[in-house]
Write a protein that binds this ligand. Sequence first.
Ligand code: ADP
Ligand code: MG
Length: 408
Amino acid sequence: MKFRKRNSERVKDRAETATAGTEEIKKELVRIYREEFGKTPDIVTSAPGRINLIGEHTDYNGGYVLPVAIDRRTYTAAGKRGGELFIAFSKELGKKTSFEILPGKFEHSNFWVNYIKGACSLLSEIKPVKGMNFAIGSTVPRGSGLSSSAAYVVSILEAVSRLYEIPLKDIEIPLLAQRIENEFVGVQSGIMDPFVAKFARAQNALLIDSRSLDFKHVPIPEKGSILVCVTGVRRALATTEYNKRRQQCQAAVADLSERLGRKVELLRDVSLDELKSLKEQMDPILYNRSYHVVTENQRALQTFAALENEDLGLVGKLMLESHISLRSNYDVSGPELDTYVEIAEQLDGVYGARMTGAGFGGSAICLVDSDNEEELAAEVEARYRDRGYQEGHVFIARTGGGSRVERA
Ligand code: ADP
Ligand code: MG
C-alpha cells in the first residue's frame, strides 16, 4: 500500500495545532474574560467532545452505548456579578449577549444562550443563582456529530454549580444537561453525550447502560487509533429525523407490547427471537428500526468484550455491521458517511469504520492501526476529497477525560 506523504504532513501539522490549541485556549479565554469583563474569572471549567465507538440510537431505547471522549474540549470561564443580569461571550460565535433568567423565555435570535439559561434556571430550583459573566471557548467542532453541545452545557453546569456551591451528585450533572437540551433547546437528545462528557476517562471507552445508568470503563488497546472523519455536511435534517426516529421507536414499543401480550417499556425489553417471530406481522419500517436497536445493543456488549480481549479485529467488524444496520435498517446515514466507510474498508491497517453520532452528515470514525495512523488519516482524507467532497477533513483523535475544574 502506497500512501501520499504530502497529505500525511498536513494531517500531522493539524493534529499538533489542535493539541497545542488546547493549552492555548485556556490562557486565551482568561485573557478574553478580563478584556470583556474587566476582572479575572472566579473559575474555569472544561468538558470534552466525544465519538461513539458503537451503540448508536440505543440510548433513548434504554440500551447500551460505548462512547469515548476526545481531546477536544469546551472551556467556560465564569464569575459572579450579582444582580439579575447575565452576560455571555462565545469566542467561536464572536457574540456577546446579556439576558435575564426568566421562566419559559426562549431566545430565538441568540439560540446558543438557551443552554446557559437552562443551566441557571434548573440550578436555581436547588439554590438561587444570581447574575454571572461567562466566556466560552472550544476546540470541539460544532454541529459535526462530536457533541459540542454536551461539552458546552456540562462545562457551564460545572462552573455554575461549583461557584454557587450547589450540592450536586456527579450523576445529576448529565441528567440536568439532558433536561436542558430537551426542555430549553428543544432537542430530544438522550443521556449518552452529557454522560460521557462527565464520566469519561482518557484512553478508555465508557459502556453505559442507559436504563440503569450503570457504567464501566474499558481500556482501548494501544495499537488502535481513532480517526475522526468530518463530512463537512451541515446536518440539516438531523433534528427532525432524529425526533422522528424516537417516535418510531415509541410506536414500535406500543405495537410490540400488544403483539407480545406483555408490557414492553423500551425496545431494550425485546429479544431478537421475539422480534424475528413477528417480522411478517409488523409494519416493515417499525420492524427495521427495532431490528437495528436490538442488534445494536448486542453489538455494543460484544464490542466491550472484544476490547477487554484486545481483539481490535472483532471491534472493527462490529463497527462495520453497525454502520450497515444504521444505513439500511435505521436509515440515518448518507452518501458522505457511506463514502468514508467505503474508502476505509479498502485500506490495509483499518480495523473498521462507521458513522458516529445521530447521522445525516456529521462525522464517521475509523479504528486504525496506530503505527500507520498519520498515513491512513491522510489517505482517507485525500480519497474523500477525490470523490468531490472538498469540505471534508480527517483528524486523529486522542482520547480525553471527563469534565473538570481547570482553574479555581
Ligand atoms: P453537536 O452537539 O453535534 O456539535 P448540536 O447541534 O447538538 O451539535 O450543538 C451545536 C450547538 O451547541 C450550537 O449551535 C450552539 O448553539 C451550541 N454550542 C456548541 N458549542 C458552542 C460554543 N463554543 N459557543 C456557543 N454555543 C455553542
Ligand atoms: Mg449535540
